[in-house]
Design a protein around this ligand. Sequence first.
Ligand code: AMP
Ligand code: GLY
Length: 425
Amino acid sequence: MNILLIGSGGREHALAWKLGQSPKAGKIYIAPGNGGTAQCGINVDIQDDDVRGIVDFAKSNDIGLVVPGPELPLTLGLADALKDAGIPCFGPSEYCAKLEGSKSFAKQVMLETGVPTAHFAMFRDADRALEFIEEKGVPLVVKADGLAAGKGVIICESKERARHAIEQIMVHKQFGTSGDKVIIEEMLVGEEVSFLAFSDGRNIKCMPSSQDHKAVGEGDTGANTGGMGAYSPAGLLPVDQYEIMAEEVITPIIRYMEAKGHPFVGVLYAGLMMTENGPGVLEYNVRFGDPECQPLMMRLDSDLLEIMLACTQGKLNEVDVKWRDDTALCVVMAAKGYPEAYPKGMRITGIERAENSVGVKVFQAGTKEEGGIVSSGGRVLGVTALGDDLAQSQERAYQAVDIVNFENSYVRRDIGDKGKKWENS
Ligand code: AMP
Ligand code: GLY
């Protein structure tokens, strides 16, 4: 079966790599792909927001399954357009994708389904939002309603910061129409964990817990990024709690969507804050996380294509979804300066040598093939390793990082440290 995978990050390289291991996989096309996906299949020059172009390509290339990596095409209705064309898609409809594309929609659904989340208020009017801030006081969190490339969430420790956030989002329209509405919510205190599940619209299968490192600097300092590294499992959410957590934060959403006549097919990702008073959902994503996907794919011990197809057929309960007991850890090698301005075009060496080490796979993100692999983005590589435990996977990943080389590279040296307090407990 021919597959069309959408996206160009480390997540997509990991998905292409895993899909390629399926005996059922035919040609794998990646639109637009990167230097790494080019080694797993054929990159096609179609951008991830080009819904028409994607559907046309799928129709004329005998595609049996489309797998959207990022949220953007899903929020633009790619799954619906593919459904009209009779092509299976592993990803939710535009209606379901609002869970990620509209924070007010997600909060409303959480309220209706009783999913634990921070208290919130929604505003269309800047003056009303400012009055609310005066009244409530800080700390609080201001969020642009729509997609904002990960920058639409502002933690406000002072009223001045909160007022400034409202001005930037609602008055100056820093994120365009994504700021037509804002959510102002209670700040939750605790540690974050990612909890993902496959869904066929009715049945779910949970993935092991994972933990991202969003801040650019060591010790979780500095600006937020797309993610500087991740590992799985995360001791913060141990395996004996997956089922309880699924009942609390995944199943209610799947049931809600089914009842609305919009069954959720694909990956539902709950970003959780583990607080003193229990878990709270910070956000839902309607796709795999990047970089959480990289360690998860290393640990997946079943056929990913079979799982995805089963999801599109409402038959997830008929397939095995098994995971290796090992820990997997991914260290993102970024270009110095990211998430602000950064240099591009650096030549990368040592990938093959790094991959000769036990348990190591180097997933590429912002790279392209240009007589060798060169950097083309902020997050360049996701050096990922399996190990018997967190310490071993961390040691292997960093040894591999030290074999790979490109000018102006930057890594956080503490990926996984947060998880060590849970080991042997
Ligand atoms: P979101 O896109 O909603 O996940 O927000 C991005 C990041 O902002 C999260 O990963 C958290 O680190 C932080 N954040 C979002 N909402 C809250 C909240 N209510 N309390 C504390 N931190 C939050
Ligand atoms: N790693 C966080 C995300 O993919 O949203």
